[in-house]
Every structure is written in structure tokens, then in C-alpha cells.
Design a protein around this ligand. Structure first.
Ligand SMILES: N[C@@H](CCC(=O)N[C@@H](CS)C(=O)NCC(=O)O)C(=O)O
Length: 203
């Protein structure tokens, strides 16, 4: 099996961090999506969403979407802890994973894509939607900081897949792409971020 990815991009990094945390190694194929390597008819035929990352199994089955790929490897390796262990933990991890992804990461993606026009060769960019999405990101950050003021990790005292999503949201999307000073503004996010950044899998 192999993963098609663009190693420096946030969605590919989410899968990469997840795999390192559970100790699974997989072959990778690099696609430069900025240059449109994912836009070929062959890749678009294989991939449901046309993006990276995408997992291709030896029998030709393909799985797109970051969390679906992480879920596959969790079940395949039997190392499912990052999705929670008890029914309550599983519910909370699923809840926070979705909240951080929808309200944080994807709002951030929308802000970056629509404001920068980085993919204007393949989608309509709406600057006003970019501005609105950036505001939504800024409105979400206090919610994340509050959660981290009460917990060591996004869900309780254990690392979960929600932390991986939140780490890329804060570092890559907010700080780097959208130039929002999250770490200087939110002390609880800062302490949590530093703790994760020190873990080998996150480096
Ligand atoms: N919902 C998808 C999003 C994947 C995504 O946005 N991938 C970006 C790189 S971070 C991409 O392939 N961009 C190229 C394009 O949109 O054509 C997931 O979680 O896997």
C-alpha cells in the first residue's frame, strides 16, 4: 500500500504525525499539488475528492480524507487509542475532532484559499468568503483556549487525533498561512502547543 501526499501540506502532515504516533510506516508518493500533480485525469479518477492525502491499497482500493485514512490505519494496526478508548472518550474525541476540523481547520483552509488565490487555477475564489472565514477562525480560538485551560490535551489528559488536527490548525494554518498570533495571544494554547511540538512524532 502507499500514500499519495504533499509532505509539507497540513492534511498530509496530519496523517504523517498520526502514523508516527502509532508507529506505522507506509510508502509515500509525493505529488506537488501546488503545481497541479493531483489534477491529472488518472489521479482524479482514483481519488474521490481529488486531493491529497490518499491511501491506495495493494488491491487498488483507494481511501481519501485524512481522518478516514487515520481510521483505516488505527483499525488495521489495532492501535486505536488516538480515537479514544472508552465509549465516553470515543464520543468526546469524535466531537472535538469534528469541532476543531469544521470550525477551525476548514474555516482556516477556506480563509487561506479564498484570500491568497493559491488554487485560483482550479476553483473560484471569493475574497469576502475568505475574510468571513478568517473571522470565524478568530472567533473559534477562545473556545479552544478555554478547553485547553481545563485539560492537558484537547480531550482530557490523553493525546488524541483531535490534538493532531488542532496542532496543524494552530501552527500551520493560523500562525503561518493566516499570520494570526495565536501563541502570543492564548497562553493555554501556547503551553499545549509547546508540549506537542516536543513530541518526536510532531517534529
Ligand atoms: N478534506 C480533505 C482536505 C484535503 C486537502 O485540502 N488537501 C489539500 C492539501 S492540504 C490539497 O490536496 N489541495 C490541492 C487541491 O485542492 O487541488 C482531507 O481532510 O483530506
Amino acid at each position: 500500500m502507499k500514500i499519495y501526499e504533499f509532505a509539507t501540506n497540513p492534511s498530509s502532515r496530519r496523517v504523517g504525525i498520526f502514523l508516527k504516533e502509532i508507529g506505522v510506516e507506509v510508502d509515500r508518493v509525493q505529488l506537488n499539488v501546488r503545481e497541479g500533480d493531483n489534477l491529472t485525469p488518472e489521479y482524479q479518477e482514483k481519488s474521490v475528492n481529488g486531493k491529497v492525502p490518499m491511501l491506495e491499497l495493494d488491491d487498488g482500493t483507494t481511501i481519501s480524507e485524512t481522518i478516514a485514512i487515520c481510521r483505516f490505519f488505527a483499525e488495521h494496526s489495532g492501535k486505536t487509542e488516538l480515537f479514544g478508548e472508552t465509549p465516553v472518550e470515543k464520543g468526546k474525541v469524535e466531537m472535538w475532532q469534528r469541532i476543531v476540523e469544521f470550525d477551525g481547520l476548514y474555516a482556516g483552509f477556506q480563509a487561506f484559499r479564498n484570500l491568497s488565490g493559491v488554487y485560483s487555477d482550479r476553483e473560484r475564489c471569493v475574497p469576502a468568503w475568505g475574510e468571513e472565514s478568517k473571522l470565524r477562525v478568530q472567533e473559534f480560538l477562545p473556545k479552544l483556549d478555554k478547553q485547553l485551560s481545563r485539560n492537558d490535551f484537547v480531550v482530557g489528559d490523553k493525546l488524541s487525533v483531535a490534538d493532531i488536527t488542532a496542532f496543524l490548525f494552530v501552527g500551520f494554518v493560523c500562525e503561518r498561512a493566516l499570520e494570526i498570533d495565536v501563541l502570543e495571544t492564548y497562553p493555554h494554547i501556547q503551553a499545549w502547543y509547546q508540549k506537542l511540538a516536543d513530541r518526536p512524532a510532531f517534529q
